[in-house]
Structures are given as C-alpha cells and as structure tokens.
Design a binder for this molecule. Sequence first.
Ligand code: NDP
Length: 342
Amino acid sequence: NKYIATRTHIDGAPQESDFELKTEKFLLSVEAGSNNVVVKTLYVSIDPYQINRMKSFSSSQKASSFAVGITPGEAIEAYGVGRVVASGHPDFEKDDLVAGLVSWGEYSIVKGAVMLNKLDPMGFPLSYHVGILGFSGLTAFGGIFEICKPKKGEKVFVSAASGSVGNLVGQYAKLFGCYVVGCAGTKQKVELLKEKLGFDDAFNYKEETDLNSALKRHFPDGIDIYFDNVGAEMLEAAVANMNTFGRVAVCGVISEYTDARKRAAPSMLDVVYKQINIRGFLAADLMSVYADFISTTVDHLRNGKIHVLEDISRGVESIPNAFMGLFRGDNVGKKIVQIADE
Ligand code: NDP
C-alpha cells in the first residue's frame, strides 16, 4: 500500500518537503466478524481543512473534534470513494462500491466500517460522489439554504467562488432566484463564473487595492448574504457592505489557515446596528437537509441546470501537489485525486 503522510507538523503554507510517500505491506484480507473493511481507493477528496489538522495543537485546540490532529508519519484520513476488497462486516461484501472516510492512499482498513456507506452511483460518474454529490455539495446546499435562508431577489456575495463549495453556492443561489456576485483569484476564473456558471457578476480580488470599494461597486444597494470561504479582510469588507438583517455564513477562512497573523476583525458596531447574523457551520451538522440536497441536486444534474466543475489529478503521488495547490489557487472546482482505475 502506497500512501501519503506528513513528515512533521505544518506551520504556514504546505510545502513539498512536508510530505512523504510511504509504502507498507498489509494483507488484503480481514478476519470474519472483525467488522473491519478493506477498501481500495478510487477517488479521494482534497480539502483545505486538512491543513488545520496538520498543525501542532495546543491542548485547548485538541478539545475540538474538528481539529483532531494528524500524527506525522501516519496515514491521513480523507473522504473518498472506493471498492471493497475484503470485508469482515455483515453490511459489506467484496466488490461493493463505498463512500466514506478512507485515506490518502491506495488501500485503507476501515475499522468497524465507521462512516462507510454503500454507494449507489445513480448513473453519475463516481467522482461526482466526492464533490457535487458529496460533502462539497452538501456544504454549499445546506450553507446557502439552511444557514442563510435566502429570499428571491436577495443579493448574495460568495468568496473563493470558483472553488468546490463556492461555485455550487453561486449556482444554487442563482437557480433559486438571487442576484449573485463571486470573487476569485484569476481572470480566467472570473470569466468562467460569468460565462459558464451564470453568476451575475464576478471580480478578481487580487486586482483590487481596496476590497471595501470593490464591494461597494458591485453591490451599490448592499449585500444581503455573504457566503464566506476565506475570512480575514474579505469578511471585514463584506460586513462593512451588509444590509440590515444581513446574514453571513462562515463556511471556512482559508486565508487564515496558513497565516497566523491574519484574523478577521469585522466592525462589531456594524454587526449590532445592522443586526447582522454571522454564523459558522459544519457540513456534518447539516444532515437534516441531506435528502433534500440529493434530490434537488440530482434533478438539476438530470435537467442540465447545474454545471459540474471538477479538477482531477491522477495517482497517489500527486496528492501533495494537489493539496498545496488549494492554497495557491491552482484548482478550478472540486479538487479530486483519482488513485486507481474504476
Ligand atoms: P476550494 O475548492 O475553494 O479551494 C480553495 C480555493 O480558495 C483556492 O482555489 C483559491 O481560489 C482560494 N484561496 C486560497 N488561498 C486563499 C487566500 N489566501 N485568500 C483568498 N482565497 C484563497 O476549497 P473548498 O471549496 O473545498 O473549501 C472552501 C472553503 O470552505 C474552505 O475555507 C474550507 O475550509 C471550507 N469548507 C468548510 C466546510 C464546512 O463544513 N464548514 C466543508 C468544506 C469546506 P482563488 O483563486 O479564488 O484564490
């Protein structure tokens, strides 16, 4: 089994030298009744939050389950899709397709089959079940509808809008009837948002010297909903431009993950006087909307109403670069690594 591990705890942006490709030998079999399942990974998800698990934690941070640390040298758990090669669990058989927590490697032993589910591809490519029909889709759908509670015609701003979660937030909000503006880090991404994904407008935040006036220009009547993927100064500028009773869904703060000096400090006076609701959330707590998310998204896919944006690399060796690319803005859409042929 070849797999990717970290060499040390990571501080700042991840680098090639932080990772190593390791090889181990294990039997592709399990004891009957062990409840363990051996899964061959086909597609694995590459997610920004993993960087937070790779840091060295203080004991207070360790108390947060989201931040369960990754031990250098050990296999790194990640969401993915695979095929069962051996099962000691009554619910799984050899050759079953599964989705759940596997690892950044060729094979995983999923102890007790924890968080492993049989996968019905529903006629869609398997990679969709890592992205649009997986956690990215649920995060976008639940984040915009359950956390932000949009009304038709409201003005929505999305950051990291060409990313995995962001592009779907914008598309769902547009299909629902909102006015949507996104920001992204290159001209090509901005064009894609406007030309292909149906955003009303988009801008390259790297070309703006003053984010506050950029948002004023794009939202002369103010922002009703800000879906935050990046934090720091973008969150501050968005709060300064929010309307009364505006909602901010804090999905993630990627610009703060690799820079300990960056911490959003939005004007709390604005928050009070404009009665803004700023709310963080985790996809894992959005399971109440899961059935609605799947049926709505499958409908949109079958009717060609939603565009699937995937960015797939190949081979376990490509994982570190795929991961580092998230923090450089290399990816367009959901970053996935295909580990093996289906
Ligand atoms: P993306 O596909 O959006 O990839 C990351 C993107 O972020 C990059 O492509 C880049 O695009 C942008 N970015 C990177 N560094 C910076 C920076 N310093 N400032 C501004 N933008 C930056 O990743 P995901 O869609 O998977 O995740 C998006 C956010 O949502 C993350 O913060 C993530 O942690 C969070 N998340 C939260 C979940 C939850 O349950 N709450 C679940 C899933 C994700 P660009 O070219 O625009 O710079």
